[in-house]
Design a protein around this ligand. Structure first.
Ligand code: NAD
Length: 492
């Protein structure tokens, strides 16, 4: 993925920040609570002050979408893709200004990739059985209104990607966005719906709760009008969704380990690890979070990382950063490490500074050798520092990688040319994404094969979500007639 920053970004961001902060800002759709609506919800452009209103509007929109057929879905999705691409600089800038985490160039890129990598209605192929007893057609039908919970790490990209998949499957969606990314969520949803409404006469295909909270998330989970839940987030929300009485598609947390063995191309491994872990300052759930390297190539791998542009911290600096960046939380059996909020998603140069080192312009990643029991190893740090653990051999590296992944079965990466080592790791970790000899993002089709989604369903097993994830199978059977196999004499 390119990391070049378009030239006019700074000006755009200044303008967006000024608009967001100016008193009496003329962009109330994005920043203020939504007005209350009565009767038809047309004209709201998807932004609502309550879950009840949002679900009612999405229900109305679902009925209208059914009448527009597959061609209507296709046109609606085209507007979401077009706006994500055309307005990427402005919307990416707004998301960066509001959430204050990650990297501006990658916020923009995450919207632009929605154009071609996220599948649409072309995915909706029916299956047919034809035989002695006639025909059976399996169609993929919509659920209806889907309730979606989205993360702060990619607020608008997740909403846009979910919307494309869900509308392709014939559904509408009500989103409860992360409170810290709610303004950009509302602005994006407003733009998508306004364009779809103008073209197709249907509003609120993508509806949203303007002032989201844990209570509104709970209300969405339990709403009778919501037929399916799709949750993208960390451990707490994943647990809540798994305990819900409704069917849930859960895109839960990860802590992706990397194994590097003595057969790896070390320079490729170093470039790949930086490309994946530095992406949006390591906010991606699939991003490389800790690295286990066999002793035979450990020192050469560290040198390769430096050659590829990462900054190596010494033991004292690693220690200082660890104390500053990771803290213990919870009580008793629930005690665990968490990343400090003020360093989460921040630039590598800031982490270098916190460690007592000096970064340089364009620095993407800092790294250093740690013990296996350093808190960075088990923690999903979501910041561009990677701990490198020296391991006796590939078996030890794989076992430690397995332990550090916590059984999330999310994502793992290996750099090796030994097929048996790859196979052992693949079987033991049993992750949803397993990337070999490339950056983690290759697992989402960015430099690798396959489609893209920002919701990778892990504990519930659907994998990288597609339009089919959000459909129900319906089988239509015709007995004996219309079969094309067999003798013409058999037709009476
Ligand atoms: P988060 O868990 O703090 O929040 C995610 C969403 O869940 C937010 O909308 C939040 O308001 C809501 N939420 C949190 N606790 C809840 C509860 N108890 N009940 C109902 N709603 C609740 O996560 P985040 O910081 O926004 O995102 C980062 C996390 O999400 C990481 O753990 C990352 O791995 C994960 N993630 C996973 C995927 C995936 O595809 N599997 C994609 C992106 C992010």
């Amino acid at each position: 993925m390119s990391t070049a920053t378009p030239p006019d970004i700074a000006a755009i961001v200044r303008q967006v920040i000024a608009e967001l902060t100016a008193p009496g800002s003329p962009k109330p759709q994005a920043t203020a609570s939504a007005p209350a609506h009565t009767g038809s919800h047309e004209g709201a452009n998807g932004v609502f002050s309550s879950v009840d209103e949002a679900v009612a509007a999405a229900t109305e929109a679902f009925q209208q979408l059914e009448r527009l057929g597959v061609e209507g879905r296709k046109k609606a999705i085209a507007h979401v893709r077009r706006i994500a691409i055309e307005d990427a600089e402005e919307l990416g800038g707004m998301e960066f200004a509001e959430t204050k985490i990650g990297r501006l160039d990658h916020k923009i890129e995450k919207l632009k990739v929605l154009g071609e990598k996220v599948p649409g209605v072309e995915f909706m192929q029916s299956e047919v059985f034809s035989g002695d007893h006639g025909l059976a057609v399996i169609e993929h039908a919509p659920f209806g209104v889907i309730g979606a919970i989205t993360p702060v790490t990619h607020s608008l990209p997740t909403i846009a990607c979910n919307a494309i998949n869900m509308i392709a499957g014939g559904n509408t969606v009500v989103v409860n966005p992360h409170p810290s990314g709610r303004k950009i969520a509302a602005e994006g949803v407003r733009r998508f719906n306004a364009a779809i409404h103008r073209d197709l006469g249907v509003d609120n295909l993508i509806s949203l709760v303007a002032e989201p909270s844990l209570e509104s998330a709970g209300a969405l989970f339990n709403h009778r009008g919501v037929k399916l839940i799709c949750v993208t987030g960390g451990p707490a929300v994943a647990r809540a969704a798994l305990q819900s009485s409704k069917r849930a598609i859960v895109a839960g947390p990860g802590n992706p380990p990397v194994v590097v063995d003595e057969t790896a191309d070390l320079d490729n491994a170093a470039r790949s690890i930086i490309a994946g872990a530095a992406y949006d300052n390591n906010l991606l759930c699939i991003g490389e979070k800790q690295v286990f390297v066999v002793a035979a190539v450990f020192d050469r791998m560290m040198a390769a990382m430096e050659r590829a542009g990462a900054l190596r911290l010494n033991a004292q600096q690693v220690d200082a950063l660890t104390k500053r960046a990771i803290v213990m939380t919870g009580e008793g059996a629930h005690r665990h490490w968490v990343p400090c909020k003020d360093l989460l998603g921040q630039d590598a140069s800031l982490l270098a500074q916190a460690a007592g080192a000096t970064g340089h312009t364009g620095l993407e990643l800092v790294f250093g050798e740690t013990d296996n029991d350093n808190p960075f190893v088990p923690t999903e740090q979501m910041m561009p520092f990677l701990p490198f653990v020296r391991c006796k051999d590939a078996d030890e590296a794989i076992d430690r990688a397995h332990e550090s992944e916590h059984g999330f079965r999310h994502t793992a990466i290996i750099h090796s040319t030994n097929v048996r080592t790859m196979t052992r790791m693949g079987r033991l970790l049993d992750t949803t994404l397993f990337v070999k000899n490339g950056p983690s993002v290759a697992g989402l089709g960015l430099g690798g094969e396959g489609s893209l989604s920002f919701s990778i369903a892990t504990p519930t097993g659907e994998g990288v979500t597609t339009p089919l994830t959000f459909t129900r199978q319906r089988r239509c059977t015709l007995v004996d007639d219309l079969r094309i196999l067999g003798s013409a004499d058999a037709v009476s």
